[in-house]
Design a protein around this ligand. Structure first.
Ligand code: HPA
Length: 249
């Protein structure tokens, strides 16, 4: 299997990467089962790039039902060593308004009941991987340099709070997350980041801010709608292909 220069996992509202050329679909079945859908491998800037829609291409999988282990194992089996995760998120702090691109450097895991390790089955070695810095600093640096070269503004740090979903949070939950130090809230950041570390993959996250988290925006009573989420994701995604081109070119 050839090298994959970069693997991208797309979140809510990002079900394909139109910029990929000569795309071939792969359907690997891993030790952990099948991934969320086909891994589409194509070329961008002459480099091999893989794309996987985290929720499935028809968004059929809720966050707690995603087989995160299979997704990452499939990318690794196909030859990926670095993964850029695109995660649709809500913004909690002032520097993370809707349509911002935010690359977190920290996370807090509020999810529960998800299979969050490779050492779930009896007989597998127990792993206690270092996770002090949950995202790979060298990959984060590559994304930051690429964004700057491409002239796309990104916020270069922040703390991602991973919630269980699929419902959105209460205002009290978001207020607590803000007190905890979270800047972003999303439902899919974990266990993905931890599993990537266990698998030895370089992994960074680019949060695409789709809305103010509950009670966090200028109008604390604003209702969050899926239409708003998708429109903001589409607008914020505008800069992402330019960042990818700058990373690969
Ligand atoms: N909360 C959790 N996940 C999200 C949100 C949110 O407000 N917006 C997009 N994904």
């Amino acid at each position: 299997m050839g090298v994959i220069d970069l693997a991208i996992i797309g979140g809510t509202g990002v079900y394909a990467l139109a910029e990929l050329a000569d795309v071939e679909a792969h359907q690997p079945v891993t030790h952990y089962g099948p991934p969320s859908g086909p891994v589409r491998i194509g070329t961008l800037e002459g480099r091999r790039v893989a794309f996987l829609a985290r929720h499935g291409e028809g968004h059929s999988l809720p966050p707690h039902r995603i087989n995160y282990r299979a997704n990452l194992a499939a990318l690794k089996a196909l030859g990926a060593t670095r993964v850029l995760a695109l995660n649709t998120v809500g913004g909690i702090t002032a520097q993370c308004p809707p349509r911002a691109l935010v690359m977190p450097d920290q996370l807090i895991d509020y999810t529960w009941g998800r299979i969050s390790t490779l050492c779930e089955e009896p007989g597998t070695d127990v792993l206690h991987v270092d996770f002090g810095d949950p995202y790979t600093q060298s990959l984060r640096a590559q994304v930051a340099i690429a964004a700057e070269r491409a002239g796309v503004a990104i916020v270069e740090q922040g703390c991602y709070g991973a919630t269980q979903g699929p419902r959105l949070e209460t205002k009290a939950e978001i207020a607590r997350m803000k007190r905890d130090g979270c800047d972003l809230v999303g439902m899919t950041g974990m266990p993905e980041a931890g599993l990537a570390r266990e698998l030895g993959l370089d992994y960074a996250c680019l949060g695409i801010v789709a809305n103010w988290a509950a009670g966090a925006g200028p109008d604390p009573d604003e209702i969050i709608t899926m239409d708003e989420v998708l429109a903001n994701v589409q607008a914020a995604m505008d800069g992402v292909p330019r960042i990818l081109r700058a990373m690969l070119g």
